[in-house]
Design a protein around this ligand. Structure first.
Ligand SMILES: [Zn+2]
Length: 197
């Protein structure tokens, strides 16, 4: 039985490590790349390496950046008394699209997830607590996803923080939602987060 060249099987193994990629997809991707010109593959490889050589985590907020501190932390117009805690760098981008927030961020790079062995030490939680002790902000806004892991993480943070205002984003109904089909928790959060109109 003939075997595939090692360069192919090695790369298939690497693709298989990616989330959502099974053995068949990994093989398809590798054979697809095999037909590309060498210079394009070199460029692809260079960009993979650049992920590590040209991206740093901001030492203040742990957001991905080309500089340390990141643009947001370096911006003197941002209010450092308000720290918005998010799960992932992409959440910072989403919040910034809203354009209304002028505080700074703290990116946890995950949430507490006991089922997958992710505890407080595996994410940037200790860094958050230390940062709060040092910089003494006025308000912490928890902007974590409204699921079990997000709730557990919010609870953990709240327990660690005494004498500081901790708020959460109001989890309400999304635009275009139908109250009739909203689940109980969404409606409860929406009611709790109601504001004067
Ligand atoms: Zn930063």
């Amino acid at each position: 039985m003939s075997k595939l060249p090692r360069a192919i099987t090695n790369l298939v193994d690497k693709f298989e490590c990616l989330p959502g990629i099974g053995p068949k997809s990994a093989q398809r991707l590798v054979f697809y790349l095999l037909h590309h010109p060498e210079r394009e593959l070199r460029d692809f490889g260079d960009k993979l390496v650049a992920l590590k050589t040209e991206v740093v985590l901001c030492s203040e907020c742990h957001h991905v950046s080309e500089t340390d501190p990141c643009d947001i932390c370096a911006d003197s117009g941002r209010d450092k008394n308000i720290i918005c805690v998010v799960e992932q760098p992409l959440d910072v981008l989403a919040m910034e699209r809203g354009n209304g927030y002028r505080g700074v961020y703290h990116v946890l790079h995950g949430v507490i997830d006991p089922l997958h062995n992710i505890g407080p030490d595996e994410i940037k939680l200790n860094e958050l607590i230390k940062r709060i002790e040092q910089s003494k902000p006025i308000e912490i806004v928890l902007a974590l996803n409204p699921n079990m892991e997000g709730e557990a993480t919010c609870l953990f943070i709240k327990k660690q923080l005494k004498d500081i205002k901790v708020t959460r984003l109001a989890h309400g109904l999304p635009m275009g939602a139908d109250i009739e089909y909203a689940d109980e928790q969404t409606l409860t959060h929406a009611m709790e987060g109601r504001r004067e109109y």
